[in-house]
Design a protein around this ligand. Structure first.
Ligand code: MN
Length: 600
């Protein structure tokens, strides 16, 4: 049992080795470059050996000769090019391939990783690449090759991401390479100016980290998270690093908890492995900031991986809760209510030895693999034919691909993608049921989810047993109770209900709550509802109706065209009509879908 693992960077160090590397933005002299180049050449006469070793350790019969051949071509093409750090350029594709190898990706991915910048940055062409390595590798390299900024100008970024998403629709390995590429670039940002470090770190946080999360590759996401934190919040990073390095008795405590957990599981006849599972820096930071704590909040954490079916997870939970008292409101069931990626586990917090809180993750071996490696799992474990648990993780990607076809404008595509990625869901529990809500939702959103009357009449809420303002943002896993004015009365009995408050519109997040609140005021013919409100409401209705058809709208262009086709002077008039129900939202959406799917 490896309780001494310390900070678990699954993919090697997340950060530059020495602090001096980080601050030095000054360009290296030619001699320095030459020296670093020579030392690179001299120290290791087989630069591919580590890559080959890692790859073979996961895929014993892999074709290592192919790796050497692609390295040789990449090295000769990039010869004479240098990174901003002064390192020979080839160190970058080699490092990207190493990250992919540690994830357990197949030989094709590693070959493409080694060659991923050749077409963009050298005279090597896609044709030559296809001749040398075949169509699969070419598709992967082409997918991560950027559009020329000089040619596409400002649209280049959006076009590049769109191209990558389309390529990933055919082969998701494109995104894995792109993420590994970005991770290595982030690790070597030290040589850049502070402004460009912040710009790149923010762009990573904006699109690539959420993409990585959707693909479920937690092993990679942890490292991306940490390196982003390092560049954006250097002081917080240093504080947390200091805290993690200086936790007296931490390892001893985890060893003790793990041993006691093992004994409890044995007594309940649950076959399971128990390991210490330290949080990564970003996750410590997030909880510290969220809770407003002065010192880093970092509870000891263990993982229980059961050696049996899903039901064993609940048996293990029983064993753990039987040994230590669970903390109310901290239990989360991501098996019964899965997240929108491949993550599956039970989470609980218990009052452990010495009265200290301990977090416990419980999962099967299959869940463990998918939780760590997401879409990379089937490459890492090709012989295990386990189906991914839960829903198809690529439905989302397919939906994105659907609306990318409707968007002519790349910048707009990027905006919609960002929006879609940001639309994280949380699961909260109320009255014994789990409810999915957009993240940032409040007790009012939940109340309307429970029913219109419950929403209209809600007056108070408790979150995890504590009374909280109706505007409090809910967090994933919160247990919420909603109190409404007429609780205990007969349903539909007329009451002197005070009804919803106008100001709720300022904080509710779900379209459901927004619509119902507006409807309330609309019905009472409050003078308050403006044309603008009606337009907003109409738009929300269309959005909601589209969702029922599992569709989204990447741009307003088709909707504008439809408004025109239907004889409205403009889109706003159509939206008001939808809001006032002079036209049925279902009818509008059906026509819209027909128009988008059959443009002529
Ligand atoms: Mn690259």
């Amino acid at each position: 049992m490896d309780v001494d693992a310390g900070h678990g960077a699954a993919l090697g160090r997340a950060l530059p080795a020495t602090p001096s590397q980080v601050g030095s933005a000054s360009p290296l002299s030619l001699t320095q470059r030459l020296r670093s180049f020579l030392s690179f050449q001299g120290n290791d006469d087989d630069p591919v050996s580590e890559l080959a070793r890692t790859h073979r350790s996961i895929h014993p019969s892999a074709d290592v000769a192919l790796l050497r051949r692609s390295y040789a071509i990449a090295e000769s093409m990039h010869r004479g090019q240098f990174r901003k750090s002064g390192d020979p350029y080839i160190t970058h594709p080699l490092a990207v391939a190493q990250i992919c190898a540690e994830l357990g990706m197949d030989t094709t991915t590693l070959v493409a990783s080694l060659l991923h910048d050749t077409v963009e940055d050298t005279s090597y062409t896609l044709e030559a690449l296809e001749g040398d390595f075949g169509a699969e590798v070419t598709h992967l390299v082409d997918g991560v090759t950027k559009f020329d900024k000089a040619f596409y100008g400002k649209a280049a970024e959006g076009e590049t991401i769109r191209k990558m998403i389309v390529a990933a629709g055919k082969d998701v390995r494109v995104l894995v390479i792109k993420l590994a590429d970005r991770l290595h670039n982030m690790r070597t940002l030290g040589a850049r100016s502070p402004a460009s470090r912040a710009r790149i770190a923010n762009a990573t946080l904006d699109v690539l980290v959420p993409l990585c999360d959707r693909l479920g590759i937690q092993a990679l996401k942890r490292d991306l998270d940490d390196v982003v934190l390092y560049h954006l919040e250097p002081d917080s990073f240093a504080r947390i690093e200091e805290h993690v390095k200086n936790r007296p008795g931490w390892n001893e405590y985890l060893t003790d908890v793990s041993a006691k957990a093992r004994a409890a599981l044995r007594r309940s006849r649950v076959d399971a492995e128990v390991t210490a599972r330290p949080r990564h820096y970003y996750s410590i930071w997030k909880d510290t900031v969220a809770g407003g704590h002065a010192v880093p909040l970092d509870l000891p954490r263990i993982a229980v991986v059961v050696d049996g079916p899903e039901t064993d997870c609940y048996a293990a939970l029983g064993a753990i809760h039987g040994r230590w008292r669970p903390v109310a409101g901290r239990f989360k069931d991501f098996i019964a209510s899965p997240k929108n990626n491949l993550y599956r586990s039970l989470h609980t917090t218990v009052v452990g030895p010495e009265g200290r809180l301990v977090e416990v993750l419980i999962r099967t071996q299959t869940m463990h693999r998918y939780s760590e490696y997401g879409v990379a799992t089937s490459y890492r474990y090709p012989k295990v034919s386990d189906e991914p648990p839960g829903s198809d993780q690529l439905t989302w990607l397919k939906r994105v691909l659907d609306w990318q076809q409707d968007t002519t404008d790349a910048a707009q595509f990027l905006d919609s993608l960002r929006c879609d990625l940001a639309e994280a869901q949380i699961t909260v529990f109320a009255h014994g049921n789990a409810y999915e809500l957009p993240s940032g939702s409040t007790p009012v959103d939940l109340a309307y989810e429970l029913g219109t009357q419950k929403g209209d009449q809600c007056i108070a809420a408790t979150i995890n047993g504590r009374l909280a303002p109706l505007s409090s943002p809910l967090r994933d896993g919160d247990v919420v109770e909603i109190f409404s004015e007429n609780d205990g009365q007969v349903e539909n009995e007329p009451s002197s209900s005070r009804g919803p408050r106008k100001e709720w519109l300022g904080f509710v997040k779900s379209s459901q709550a927004q619509m119902q609140i507006n409807r309330f005021f609309d019905e009472r013919n409050e003078p308050g509802i403006s044309i603008n409100d009606k337009v907003r409401l109409g738009r929300a209705t269309i959005g909601l109706t589209l969702r029922k058809h599992d569709r989204g709208l990447a741009s307003e262009v088709p909707l504008r065209r439809l408004a025109e086709d239907m004889g409205y002077p403009d889109l706003e008039t159509l939206l008001v009509a939808v809001c006032e129900r002079t036209v049925e939202p279902d009818a509008v959406v059906e026509q819209l879908i027909a128009m988008v799917d059959h443009p002529d």
